[in-house]
Ligand binder design. Structure first.
Ligand code: NAD
Length: 475
């Protein structure tokens, strides 16, 4: 597929394309354009030209277009979900959910954008006023990872467009197809050319050009912590605004008074969703010693019910997207075993006719872990979870916070007060008590520590694409 720039399919200047693979079969399913600096320049220039009019477009008109785009996404759900399933390997039902949730997020941002407000302080000075207004910051570069290509883009795109910014999106090399289809859908919705552009290519080749370019006003990035820190450093050199949604190593604490079935159900579902390729998945679990054995038995039984297979079967989990991501899971299992942990279920790549061509890794539960092991300290981004017992809530909190990451955390306790006190002590952008849902659209999402800078979603998400301006008025 070609780039989508200024409302048109556009060949890359390099005339080179790279392959997109189906992670289940290893077959080439598409190609993406290998853009270079000239393509970056062109995309940013058209986005900048489009910005001149888009920032003046009435917010209500932007909202109408955004609702239209959401409706078209739903009408094109089958096409989008199939493209996601093919490039990502996730079972189709989960791909449909991603499309519908993303369409809902567009609708939410459209309405929330209508509620953006300025301020007038009541100085009570005759003939003088100060007006505090918000202005769109300009052209936004949105760089996204492979694991939820549509949701993670829409978290940026829907907010930026409502704020009056224009966007150049750079999807992952593994999953660019769904994003390119989305650009076509937005064009069909009636967006002016240049408002939403998609440029594909290798991050390390065009990343700096996208970040450093004088036209780029903000970089909205979701991806790995090391990539994000590199982007943050370059952005700082050029005084660009950033939002960074980075890696995670999220802990769950299961207290002595927790309902074990509730905890196991939520944790197993969340740890293995999208084959563990999920930024705020449960990566490690601390279970009170009195509930430890019961928790392990129930968790193993539930994990063993999960079926692996291709996205078009009735599978619960697909393969891992590529070898690089897969290797992490395998390495963390071996590291834990070497250091004395026990693999209770899973632990080895699945083999056999159905599995040989994909990187299928089964749901894996490791017990008797400690913090010398990578499974308890490093991001896995695969279907492996480490579990260890604790004696006091203070010890559990210290273990949970013993991490460079701070994206999400989870607490299970039948006492709301205990759950809340622990939640308040946890170093994380979001904490769930007694269940784990997907993040809501109207509340902020983001990390602390090495998990990121800034927030997406809610009105905070839209405000992140505006800058305050103060107008001193004498009359
Ligand atoms: P990645 O960091 O390898 O790539 C993400 C994007 O950055 C891709 O589009 C890639 O092409 C681009 N990129 C790579 N090098 C670049 C450079 N030098 N300059 C500019 N862009 C560059 O991440 P991934 O493997 O695709 O995704 C997995 C990671 O994403 C995990 O660490 C996960 O935790 C994180 N993630 C975080 C969140 C969140 O909300 N915090 C959500 C999903 C995923």
């Amino acid at each position: 597929m070609e780039n989508f720039i200024n409302g048109m399919w556009t060949k890359p200047r390099s005339e080179q394309y790279a392959d997109v693979f189906n992670p289940c079969t290893g077959e080439v399913i598409e190609t993406f354009a290998c853009s270079n600096i000239k393509d970056v320049n062109e995309a940013l220039h058209v986005a900048n030209l489009a910005f001149k009019n888009w920032k003046k477009t009435p917010v209500a008109q932007r909202a109408v277009l955004q609702h239209k785009a959401a409706t078209l996404m739903r009408q094109n759900a089958e096409r989008l979900a199939n493209s996601l399933a093919s490039e990502l390997g996730r079972p189709l039902a989960g791909c449909f959910t991603e499309i519908s949730r993303s369409a809902d997020l567009l609708d939410f941002y459209a309405e929330e954008g209508l509620r953006m407000k300025g301020e007038i302080p009541l100085h009570n000075l005759e003939g003088e006023k100060a007006l505090i207004v918000r202005e769109a910051i300009g052209v936004v570069v949105a760089i996204t990872p492979f694991n939820y290509p549509i949701t993670l883009l829409v978290m940026k795109l829907g907010a930026a467009l409502m704020a009056g910014c224009t966007v150049v999106a750079k999807p992952s090399e593994d999953t660019p197809i769904s994003t390119l289809i989305l650009a076509e859908i937005f064009m069909e919705a009636g967006y002016p050319p240049g408002v939403f552009n998609v440029l594909t290519g290798w991050g390390y080749e065009i990343g700096n050009a996208l970040i450093e370019h004088p036209i780029t006003a903000k970089i909205a990035f979701t991806g790995g912590t090391s990539t994000g820190k590199r982007i943050g450093a370059t952005a700082a050199m050029h005084n660009k605004r950033i939002t960074l949604e980075l890696g995670g190593q999220s802990p769950a604490i299961v207290c002595e008074d927790a309902d074990i079935t509730t905890a196991v159900t939520a944790i197993v579902r969340h740890a293995f969703a999208n084959s563990g390729q999920f930024c705020y998945r449960v990566n490690r679990v601390y279970v009170h010693k009195t509930k430890y054995q019961a928790f392990l038995a129930q968790a193993v039984a539930l994990a063993q019910k999960l079926k692996l297979g291709n996205p078009h079967s009735n599978a619960d989990m697909g393969p891992i997207v590529n070898q690089k991501i897969y290797q992490n899971s395998e390495a963390q299992v071996l590291d834990a075993l070497e250091k004395g942990a026990t693999v209770l279920t899973g632990g080895q790549r699945l083999r056999g006719e159905e599995y040989d061509k994909g990187w299928y890794f089964p749901p894996t539960i490791i017990s008797d872990t400690n913090h010398s092991m990578k499974i308890m300290t490093e991001e896995t981004f695969g279907p492996v979870v480490g579990i260890m017992p604790f004696e006091t809530n203070e010890e559990a909190i210290a273990l949970a916070n013993d991490s460079e990451y701070g994206l999400a955390a989870y607490v299970f306790s039948e006492q709301v007060g205990t759950g809340l006190r622990i939640a308040e002590s946890l170093e994380a952008g979001s904490v769930w008590i007694n269940n784990i849902s997907r993040s809501y659209h109207d509340v902020p999402f983001g990390g602390v520590k090495q998990s990121g800078i800034g927030r997406e979603k809610g009105h905070y998400g839209i405000e992140a694409y505006t800058e305050l301006k103060t107008i001193y008025l004498n009359y």
